[in-house]
Design a protein around this ligand. Sequence first.
Ligand code: SF4
Length: 95
Amino acid sequence: METRLLELEISTDWRERAECRDYPTDLFFPAGETGPAEIQIRQAKEVCARCEVRDDCLLYALEANQRDGIWGGLTSDERKRLRRRWLAERRRRTG
Ligand code: SF4
């Protein structure tokens, strides 16, 4: 149990260094991915591009199967495509 708690602490530690902490959460949760939402997505991705924990954020979103929002600089649709490849690669490595 203690080990599990420690893992959880380690796995979310990156959030404290997230670039998006200084921005409204709504920016990273656009309504859709087309039309006016495209501007919002571009703005959110610009923040993610400067983020030092981008890889941690993306890995967390893939592992947790986060379906909404921008995580690690990728939209929901972009993550969905990546997650299929990521899962296949993980299965291949673990046999
Ligand atoms: S990659 Fe983007 S969404 Fe993830 S922590 Fe960094 S700024 Fe926030």
